[in-house]
Every structure is written in structure tokens, then in C-alpha cells.
Design a protein around this ligand. Structure first.
Ligand code: MN
Ligand code: MN
Length: 466
């Protein structure tokens, strides 16, 4: 029996009321590092490079180059340059299961089309096809940077990164002046800027040439050729992503927030990486996976629906036991558990009407445990079992992690999904656990530093406590 009436009530905490001075110091250091990570990793590939760098720095070996595994070994595996899986082999039999944390490293952006470059009215522009769920009007009149990979016809590979250095030029999508926008302004917000209006200004200086028809386009092609040895044809095989050129910054006079592009879901990717890199000699094998393509349905060979994870688990079992039987594999997966680390929508003071505040997540409320996602009656959701939610909540409490629950918006307001359902389909327990975000999917998203810190603490507690 509980004697104190106050204890009968659930009370949500603000992390600042709970953490001490040392924890706050740790939080500030972590968030400085996080901002640097956001500036370094603006595409899924760049996040993988950063993952490899950190893994190597922490004594991880490439699984492809390891023949046999034993407890305590640290390995990583790359899938097509767009996924990284890290594992620390546990002292227990791998059939007892894995502790997995999974985040995604793709973010909404504008991809160049395969024939992007054209000239119009003495200007050169690039056609784009947006990637993920964006409010298109938000992507006009902001500085954009160009990131990507190009192969020239004779097989040279070039990495493109323009717009991130202080001295680099940036790119931009123009919008109509208010003086002439009377028609545009009466349109619905979904139509004010159309998908085919997201054209990127890339040049305006014609070549001095009498015979060339498109002199500005020609000048741009010459520049690209000088820099990357590429021709117009090579756009057709390239992958080029336009992302906001902004740097990550502290936000607010009290510097309590972080503003940056791509925090969905690099906030969880970064904290997941930090947590797994600190795992030493675990009981159960600790694993982290950073996947691509979440924003477009987790499909494709680099999304969470690809067999990469299963194949890598099988490879690890084989390198531990000499062979991987179906029984070993099945036992391992069935005994595994996953924190699907993805963001949730925090209550926004300006738009609080879309949230049901008894069940929404709040900035500075700590890591968000999301039992289910989905839309219209939980459709398309992995709904975590009470047994597992209890287990995770207990691990969080025991480790002093501040946590809250969070549902994405009011019932029937909309909804969303994460990789949780695809992990659950493999037959393991999974719960979404991540950071509350404001302005999600906008070119500049907002998180609270305390939540970033608590996400890191949550994943660490999961690795250590389960
Ligand atoms: Mn996400
Ligand atoms: Mn998203």
C-alpha cells in the first residue's frame, strides 16, 4: 500500500529539475560534440563515414576482415556506404539475444533529378525531386549546399560537397515577391510551391562564345568538368542531394535548444553511436544500426526492410560458433530486444492544438518512449507489449534516466511511423525511444539539450541494464 497520496499520481519531470551540476556539464560537452556531428554528417553517406571514423578510433574492426569472433570483440559492417552496424560481442551465448538500438540517418531533402541542368532566361538551374515528407514552401529562399557522389564515364569517383565551407558559394530556390504573389497567396499551402517549382539556381554567367546555344549552362558544365572531370551525362548516374547549408547552433538566450538540419533522426543516430561506443564487455551482445531510407518507407537495399541486419547477425553467429544454424539464428532473434531510436513531435506552444497534452511529449521532458505509432486506429504500428514496456521503463528508472511517454499528435490528427514495425516483424521486442523535436522535417529543426542527453543515457542504460 502506498501511504503518501502524492505517490499515487504520475508527475512528468522537467530534466532541469532532476539533473545535477556534473550531469549538466556532461550534457553540454555531449551537445557540443553533437553539433559538430550534425555539421559533418548531412547525408546518410557522410554519417556512415563519421560512424566508421569513430568506430576505428574506438578499436572496432571491419567484420569483413575478421574470421573469428570472441566475447569483447568490437566490429562494424557497412552496407553500400549507407548503413553501418556496430557490435560488441557479449560474454553470454548469442542465442540469449542481442540488445539492439536502431536509428536512421537519412533526412528529408531535395535530390537532383537524373537530367537536372537546364538554362532559362540566361540563368542555369537544376531540377529536383524532393525526398521524404516536406512542406515545400520551407525550402525556398534558404541557402542550400550540394552533397553527393558522381562517377565519370571512365569510372572516376568524385565526392561533391559545395556550400559548407565559409568561402563556398551556396545555392537557392527562388520564390515570388509578395507584390506579384496575389494569385499564389490564395492557394492552399500544399500548392503555393509545387514540386516542379523546387528548381535550384546554379548559375548566371554566360560563356564568351558565338556558337554555343546555352551559354550559361555551358559555363556551368565547364566548371563542373574542371572540378570533377564530369560531363552532363554523368548526372544521370550520380546521386546528388541538396541540403540546407545552415550550421548547427545553440538556440535561445539560455542556449537550451539546438537548431539544425537533419535532427530527425541524426539526434538519435549520434546518441546511439555515443552509447554503443562506450560499451565494454557486455553480457548480451550490444548492437547499433544506422539505416537509410526511413523517410520514404524503409524500402530498398539500404532501408530497414533490407536483409542486411539479418545477414549480418547470421555472419556474426557463424564467426562466433563456426556455423549459423537456423535454430541458433531463431533463438538469437527471438531473445533480442530493440530500442528503435527515432524522434517524436514535441508540444509546440504555437501549435499545441494538434497535441493531446496528457499523452504528448514535451521538450526537456527526457527521452520519449513511444509504445505505438501509426495513424487512424494505430494502423501501420508496432505496438510494444506491456511486458517489454515495463522492462524498459524499469531499466530507465534504475539508471536515473528521465523519460516520458509520447504519442504523435491527437487521435486522427495525422500520424507517422518508424523502423520499429520492421524490426518487430523479425520477431523481437521493440519500442520507439527518442527525442522530442519541434519543426520536424523543416530545414532547421529544434531539440532540447536535456533530451539529447537523456536519449544518450537511455541507450547506454539499455545496453548496460538488459
Ligand atoms: Mn525519424
Ligand atoms: Mn522523419
Amino acid at each position: 500500500m502506498i501511504k503518501n497520496d502524492e505517490e499515487l499520481f504520475y508527475k512528468r519531470n522537467n530534466v532541469y529539475d532532476v539533473i545535477d551540476e556534473n550531469e549538466e556539464k556532461e550534457m553540454q560537452t555531449l551537445c557540443d560534440e553533437y553539433r559538430a556531428f550534425l555539421d559533418t554528417g548531412k547525408t546518410e553517406r557522410e554519417c556512415v563515414y563519421e560512424g566508421i571514423r569513430l568506430a576505428k578510433e574506438n578499436g572496432y574492426k571491419n567484420l569483413d576482415e575478421v574470421e573469428e569472433l570472441k566475447p569483447g570483440d568490437k566490429v562494424y559492417k557497412i552496407n553500400r556506404g549507407k548503413n553501418i552496424l556496430l557490435a560488441v560481442i557479449g560474454s553470454e551465448d548469442i542465442e540469449k539475444g542481442i540488445n539492439l538500438v536502431g536509428a536512421h540517418i537519412d533526412s528529408p531533402r531535395l535530390d537532383l533529378k537524373q537530367n537536372p541542368l537546364y538554362e532559362s532566361n540566361d540563368m542555369a538551374l537544376l531540377k529536383t525531386h524532393y525526398y521524404g515528407g516536406i512542406k515545400k514552401y520551407q525550402w525556398t529562399t534558404i541557402p542550400l549546399a550540394m552533397h553527393g557522389v558522381v562517377y565519370t564515364k571512365n569510372g572516376e569517383r568524385a565526392e561533391i560537397k559545395i556550400g559548407e565551407d565559409e568561402n563556398d558559394p551556396v545555392f537557392i530556390i527562388t520564390d515570388l515577391l509578395p507584390h506579384l504573389a496575389s494569385e499564389q497567396m490564395t492557394k492552399k499551402m500544399t500548392e503555393g510551391i509545387g514540386g516542379e517549382d523546387l528548381n535550384i539556381l546554379i548559375g548566371g554567367r554566360p560563356m564568351k562564345s558565338d556558337d554555343a546555344k546555352e551559354k550559361v549552362k555551358l559555363a556551368i558544365l565547364k566548371k563542373l568538368n574542371e572540378k570533377y572531370n564530369m560531363t552532363e551525362r554523368d548526372f544521370q548516374t550520380a546521386e546528388i542531394e541538396m541540403v540546407p547549408a545552415f550550421k548547427a547552433k545553440n538556440v535561445g538566450l539560455d542556449e537550451s535548444f539546438i537548431g539544425a538540419y537533419g535532427q530527425d533522426d541524426r539526434v538519435c543516430a549520434f546518441t546511439t553511436l555515443k552509447a554503443v561506443l562506450e560499451v565494454e564487455k557486455p553480457g548480451r551482445t550490444a548492437m547499433a544500426i544506422l539505416v537509410d531510407k526511413e523517410e520514404i518507407g524503409s524500402c530498398g537495399n539500404t532501408g530497414a526492410l533490407s536483409a542486411f541486419f539479418e545477414m549480418t547477425v547470421a555472419e556474426i553467429i557463424e564467426k562466433l560458433k563456426g556455423s549459423c544454424t537456423i535454430t541458433s539464428y531463431n533463438k538469437c532473434i527471438a531473445n533480442s530486444a530493440c530500442m528503435s531510436s527515432d524522434v517524436n513531435a514535441g508540444v509546440d506552444p504555437t501549435f499545441e492544438s494538434v497535441s493531446e497534452k496528457r499523452n504528448a511529449s514535451f521538450l526537456n521532458g527526457g527521452v520519449v518512449l513511444t509504445k505505438y505509432t501509426g495513424a487512424r486506429g494505430k494502423s501501420g504500428s508496432s505496438d510494444a507489449n506491456a511486458e517489454f514496456v515495463y522492462e524498459i521503463a524499469k531499466i530507465m528508472d534504475d539508471a536515473g534516466v528521465v523519460w516520458q511517454t509520447g504519442e504523435l499528435g491527437k487521435v486522427d490528427q495525422g500520424g507517422g511511423g518508424t523502423i520499429a514495425q520492421y524490426v518487430a516483424n523479425l520477431n523481437m521486442d521493440v519500442i520507439d525511444a527518442g527525442v522530442s523535436v519541434l519543426s520536424m522535417h523543416a530545414p532547421y529543426e529544434i531539440t532540447a539539450k536535456t533530451d539529447v542527453y537523456m536519449a544518450y543515457r537511455a541507450y547506454k542504460a539499455f545496453y548496460e541494464g538488459r
